[in-house]
Design a protein around this ligand. Structure first.
Ligand SMILES: [Zn+2]
Length: 356
């Protein structure tokens, strides 16, 4: 794998991850770009003890451009995109409209009981392939491994930025989820705090008696078997017993690892075929491309790393053909989920779609 760091016209970093050592990465971005926006402002909610990022500049971001104007496709003779090269394997670059960045402005006291601080951190875009009409489920094992190398590299680098407390690699897929670009891509957020969900999970892990909480959950799901969707020698994919979403699959490595950077080559290689077969099973459920969120849960940079257990939580908001699960009153206002699909039934449906 060859890694090449370059910069875009407005100074943002762009990194190529190439399979071939002789890839030419000399192309230069000459677009007249506006200066980069300042970092968002973080405000503290004393009632829930959560930080909320105010990122007004994101309102102006690119929304559903026509395919010939896709900013994630390679550049051509006649059109310059975000990627100056005429082709690429995997590319990562700093988001033009980031929720978090190192570009501070001035932040005034908001009044009330809210503390205010700058949204330190970084937001990156990961292009999984140069093929506009592909999807993660269609990537070759080799390509998935290259994406995983990019995730691991970014996790290690972003974790080293001063003020960053957690690195989150994820993919939003489908218009129903709210994506604004259809080109196969994901994002990476480097947060200046430990996210609420991770805090809850690790607080629970710290109170758990016995072995590691996540390892015990995995062992119990493997023993129960009814919700296991697919498995190989190093990974297990299962629907959690208390799934929140109509179709939700968690993928755990057999071995406890804190983050993607800690995975072995063999663990990366065995994740690829298992994950893409689960994604294809999702798409096979109703014969339509399923909207989904794929979320890597990684250990925070310096808090309770020994209790954390790298895993992916993948879920879809589609509960039936033509029907979406919306976060309505109970979920949005109270955080109390009601799931319309029994997890054992969801697992059975997904298993029947797994290609062996
Ligand atoms: Zn594209």
């Amino acid at each position: 794998m060859k890694r090449t760091i370059t910069h875009l016209a407005d100074g943002r970093e762009l990194i190529y991850f190439d399979r071939r050592d002789d890839a030419d990465r000399g192309a230069v971005d000459r677009r007249p770009l506006d200066p980069r926006p300042v970092a968002s402002e973080l405000r503290y909610d004393p009632l829930t003890e959560e930080w909320i990022a105010m990122a007004g500049h994101r309102q102006t971001r690119t929304f559903m451009p026509p395919p010939d104007q896709c900013p994630l496709c390679p550049s051509s003779e006649t059109r310059a995109s975000e990627i100056p090269a005429s082709d690429y394997d995997v590319v990562v670059f700093e988001n033009r409209f980031p929720s978090f960045s190192g570009n501070f402005g001035t932040y005034a006291d908001a009044g009330g009981l809210s503390e205010v601080r700058p949204g330190v951190g970084r937001c990156e875009v990961v292009c999984f392939t140069s093929d506009h009409s592909s999807s993660f489920s269609q990537l070759s094992d080799e390509q998935v491994e290259l994406v995983m190398e990019a995730w691991a590299d970014r996790t290690a680098e972003l974790s080293a930025i001063e003020g960053v407390e957690q690195v989150f690699c994820f993919e939003n897929r489908g218009e129903e989820i709210g994506i604004t670009l259809t080109h196969p891509h994901g994002q990476i957020y480097a947060y200046p705090y430990v996210t609420p969900r991770t805090r809850l999970q690790l607080d629970a892990a710290s109170r758990h008696r016995g072995g590691n909480l996540f390892a015990d959950v995995l062992a119990a799901e493997r023993a129960a078997g009814v919700r296991v969707v697919a498995e190989n020698e190093l990974w297990t994919a299962f629907v959690p017993a208390a799934a929140r979403w109509p179709f939700e699959v968690h993928l755990y490595p057999r071995r406890q690892a804190p983050d993607l950077a800690a995975l072995t080559e063999e663990e990366r290689a065995t994740f690829a075929p298992l994950y893409t077969s689960v994604l294809r099973a999702l798409d096979g459920l109703f014969g339509v491309a399923m909207p989904y969120i794929a979320a890597w849960h990684q250990a925070p940079v310096r808090w309770r790393r020994d209790l954390a257990y790298l895993h992916m939580e993948l879920f879809s908001i589609r509960r039936a053909p033509g029907k979406l699960k919306y976060l309505a009153g109970s979920e949005s206002a109270m955080g109390a989920f009601v799931n319309d699909v029994l997890p054992e039934e969801a697992a059975r449906m997904l298993r029947s779609q797994i290609d062996h």
